[in-house]
Design a protein around this ligand. Sequence first.
Ligand SMILES: C[S@@+](CC[C@H](N)C(=O)[O-])C[C@H]1O[C@@H](n2cnc3c(N)ncnc32)[C@H](O)[C@@H]1O
Length: 271
Amino acid sequence: MANDARNNHYEIKDVFVDEYFHSSPNIIYTPVNIPGPGIEVEEFESQLVGGCSCGDGQCSLEAECECIAKYGKNYTEKGKFLDKNCERPIIECNSLCQCNKNKCSNCIVQRGPLQTLEVYESTNGKGKALRATSDIERGTFVCEYAGEVIGVEESSRRMKLLTASDMNYIFHLKEHLANGSIIHTFIDPTFIGNIGRYINHSCDPNCFVVPVRVNSLVARLAIFTSSFVPASEELTFDYGSLNRNCSISGVSAKICLCEKFNCRKFLPCDL
Ligand SMILES: C[S@@+](CC[C@H](N)C(=O)[O-])C[C@H]1O[C@@H](n2cnc3c(N)ncnc32)[C@H](O)[C@@H]1O
């Protein structure tokens, strides 16, 4: 087990393990983000204030859901991502809300990943990859890209330890606020992570990533399909998308093996 994972100051035993078949024995599997070095646990666990009083009904504007009225509608009634909402924060109902989390149409990411995902070995040199055994409709939540949330210095330290041939898993999210400031979030599933860590890059992807908030102010990286995806097709996202506001960047430019018509030839690299 890597030292970084052993030294994580968060109580790993409190983190529930997901139910997928895992072929990498050195990885601690967690379905959700956990705070790592450089992150204050109290800040990580700070609760969003307020919740709705929708009871057992579906949260909607018509039903006067306070969360949707305040933060906007995120998903269709069938739980698919609404395209137009990329420009504002996606905030789901939280544990202070009185709605039924199993029925609420504003509780999608928190209900967990698609149940038909599987990790497999790619044949063209990209290492492991992710796909589903069922067809997936456009706008469907696939899974989170979850792992240790780490500080900027810890991220630099870990990046420096990587060699050019190492796989890099550190996701750097940059969120631009109206006041001009930027929130930087670093999520590293290298040692402690979920099934999202197996999603490869493509220059013509079938998924995209959006920051979603549930209970905490710390963003969760949610992966949704951007088109219909037939069963067994590899699930991919663009590592340098959101107008380059997020990236999984290597220590040096790696040759991209996505084999798409518009391939940019190299994986994103912002160092
Ligand atoms: C987040 S991991 C993805 C899962 C990884 N393939 C594995 O086996 O665990 C990112 C790493 O996968 C590899 N990778 C992902 N997409 C790739 C692509 N389009 N071409 C080449 N390598 C890729 C790179 O080594 C990259 O640093």
